[in-house]
Structure formats: structure tokens, C-alpha cells
Design a protein around this ligand. Structure first.
Ligand code: TXA
Ligand code: MG
Length: 338
């Protein structure tokens, strides 16, 4: 079932109680976070975490991130909590930052994909917090395994209807309860920083920028080695629409549309480039100008483009610059191998 949430968490005890009951019984809920919707289950229940993998069709060797209430949970789930982890948690939690640390005993192979590390994130969305708080009860270390609420390799969900259309609700779908809290305000997944080794490494860019993380660490972040994708979000082909997606420089959009005459295309480009009136164009969407709005709407736009019945999606490459790093990352992955 789907429960549409009230605007404030305090007035929606029934939804929270229902969510906690499902989680305590080992079930799956989809819930809004500030980044994207998460598919959550009790991180201490092996059967519940297995249900996440089954629902997503995710290979067992891919780790899931664990959502915690606050930094007190670090010691419960990680073997070692380096000073850098404390500093980043103090600076950015609750918020869109995932820390990868050496796993503690409580972090099962199922959660870590058999790796020596565990990914921990403390969400800031009022609904994610309300559910976590109620679920944790008197034990602040109790946590929720919560990867993004989409099938493996597909476009992430930033709205409840994306989850309904992809994973679906029981009995026909996979999710016991979908909490509908409207659109996720950030729209792309958390920044992932790996602190399990000698040097801090950026595994996935996100809303918290490289520069912000580096300012707290006082040192530059390494980039994830291309040959060792430990995070499924770092697989080249990820966040991908079903339709072939092609990135095109803004200056080339008109020419490319011309070249593709006769092929049904759907286009995402700045307003100024949307002049073409080709009948082969099945959908034209205006690309947001600001990076925050682009990120917030990115997955919704991709879902829309993918559903348009086009043979090819053309996406104008957004502006260059450090602020756009995470958007470029997601678009590159949406294109790869498509
Ligand atoms: O914003 C987010 O992080 C969202 C919301 C729902 O919290 N979650 C999310 O989860 O994006 P997921 O599972 O789709 O992506 C989390 C990424 C995956 O690429 C996973 O492989 C990686 O984190 N990850 C988790 N644990 C890891 C670990 N121990 N080492 C390396 N990567 C890890
Ligand atoms: Mg994901």
C-alpha cells in the first residue's frame, strides 16, 4: 500500500507506526530521503536484507548502505572510527554523505557484499528521521539497510510513483509499504567517501561537493580506481534508462537532430535550443539552468524521457564546472553502454 504523508511528521503517527510495524516484522518500506527514495529494511535482520536484494534484483556481492540515526551508531557498525570520519559526520550529518569505514562485527557479509567495509549514512529528510527514530526506539544504534528504491541498474526514484511503477507494491510488487512524501529535495544520491584505507577516496560525487569534503579533511580526495568498482553506483552502466541515451554538446544539438531525422527522439536541452519542430521529436523537455534544480529534477526528467516512446534520448551536456560534477557523473552513467 501507499500512504501519502502529512506535511509534518508530528501529525502523522499512523504512517510512522505502520512503517515501524512493517520493519519490525522484517518487511520492506520505501521512504523519501533528501537524496532519493530508499528501500528500507531492518539492518539486523538477515531475512529482511535478503528481501531487499530480491526486490532490486541486485547481485549479492554489492554492498548496501546502512542508515543510522546519528554518529553514535558509528562505533556500533564500524570497527574503527577515524578522526576524519568524526569530523565529516560532525560537519555533514544529518545530510547527503555516506562514509565507508572498516566494518564492525554487527555488519554482516550480506550488508557489506562480503567486503571488509560498511557504508553508513545519516539522512536528514524529516520522514527518514521520523521513521528511523521510531524504529530505533531505545537503541540509537538500531539501523536500516536502505539502498535506493529502484531495480538494479535502473533510474533511481525521486517520487513515490517512480517506486510504484518500478518495484511495485505487494501482492504483485515487492514493497510492503510506500511512504509518499513528495519529491526528494536534492534528487541525486549521497556523496560517498571511503575512509577505510590510508587515503580518503571519493567513491561517488553527490550534493556535498568534493571541495566541501576536502575543506573539512584538510587534504585532497583521491578518485575511485576505475578498475575496482566496489560500489554498484560506480559501475559504468548505472542509473540507466531503457532507451539509448546520447549526450550532445549544446552547440551540436540542432545538427544532431538533423542527422537523426526519421528516428523518433526525445530531447532534454536548454530552452534556447528547443526550436526544432521536427515531427520525429516525441518529447522536448527544458533543461533547468541551475545545478540544484537540474539535480533535483534529473531522475524525474529521465523517467519522463524514457517513457516517451523514443528510439533515442538526446541530452544536451550541462555546463562544465565543479558544481556540476555529480550531475555529469549521473548522466555519463545513464549514457554508458545504453
Ligand atoms: O543517497 C543515497 O545514498 C541513497 C539513499 C536512499 O540513502 N542510497 C543509495 O543507495 O544510493 P544505493 O545502494 O543505491 O547506493 C549506495 C552505494 C552503492 O553504490 C553501494 O555499492 C555503495 O554505496 N556502498 C555501500 N556500501 C559500500 C562499501 N562498503 N564500500 C563501497 N561502496 C559501498
Ligand atoms: Mg542506487
Amino acid at each position: 500500500m501507499t500512504m501519502t504523508l502529512a506535511t509534518d511528521t508530528a501529525s502523522d503517527r499512523p504512517a510512522i507506526n505502520r512503517a515501524v510495524a512493517v520493519l519490525r516484522a522484517g518487511g520492506l518500506i520505501a521512504l523519501p530521503t533528501e537524496t532519493v527514495y530508499g528501500l528500507a529494511a531492518d539492518a539486523d535482520s538477515e531475512q529482511a536484507v535478503r528481501a531487499i536484494f530480491a526486490a532490486k534484483g541486485r547481485p549479492a556481492n554489492h554492498p548496501v548502505i546502512v542508515h543510522v540515526l546519528d554518529a553514535r551508531a558509528l562505533r556500533a557498525w564500524a570497527r574503527a572510527v577515524p578522526v576524519a570520519a568524526q569530523a565529516l559526520a560532525a560537519a555533514f550529518w544529518p545530510g547527503p554523505l555516506t562514509l565507508v569505514l572498516q566494518r564492525g562485527a554487527r555488519a554482516t557479509d550480506l550488508l557489506t557484499g562480503g567486503q571488509d567495509t560498511i557504508g553508513l549514512r545519516c539522512p536528514s529528510h524529516p520522514w527518514a528521521r521520523a521513521v528511523l527514530t521510531a524504529f530505533a526506539g531505545d537503541d540509537p544504534t538500531r539501523a536500516l539497510a536502505a539502498p535506493s528504491a529502484n531495480s538494479f541498474g535502473r533510474i533511481s526514484a525521486t517520487r513515490a510513483e517512480h517506486v510504484r511503477a518500478d518495484l511495485g507494491e505487494k501482492p504483485n510488487g515487492a514493497v510492503d509499504l510506500i511512504l509518499d512524501g513528495g519529491a526528494s529535495p536534492i534528487g541525486i544520491e549521497s556523496t560517498i567517501v571511503d575512509l577505510s584505507g590510508a587515503a580518503a577516496t571519493l567513491l561517488r560525487p553527490g550534493a556535498i561537493s568534493r571541495a566541501q569534503v576536502e575543506a573539512v579533511l584538510g587534504s585532497p580526495l583521491l578518485d575511485a580506481p576505475a578498475d575496482a568498482p566496489r560500489a554498484s553506483g560506480t559501475l559504468a552502466r548505472h542509473y540507466a534508462p531503457r532507451t539509448t541515451l546520447e549526450l550532445v554538446a549544446v552547440a551540436r544539438v540542432a545538427a544532431r537532430i538533423n542527422e537523426l531525422r526519421g528516428e523518433k527522439i526525445a530531447l532534454l536541452a536548454p530552452a534556447a535550443t528547443l526550436l526544432d519542430h521536427s515531427s520525429d521529436m516525441v518529447l522536448r523537455l527544458v533543461a533547468p539552468d541551475s545545478v540544484d534544480e537540474y539535480a533535483r529534477r534529473l531522475y524525474s526528467l529521465l523517467h519522463q524521457l524514457d517513457a516517451a516512446g523514443a528510439r533515442r534520448l538526446l541530452v544536451a551536456i550541462p555546463p562544465a564546472g565543479a558544481a556540476w560534477e555529480a550531475v555529469h557523473d549521473r548522466l555519463r552513467r545513464a549514457q554508458a553502454g545504453g
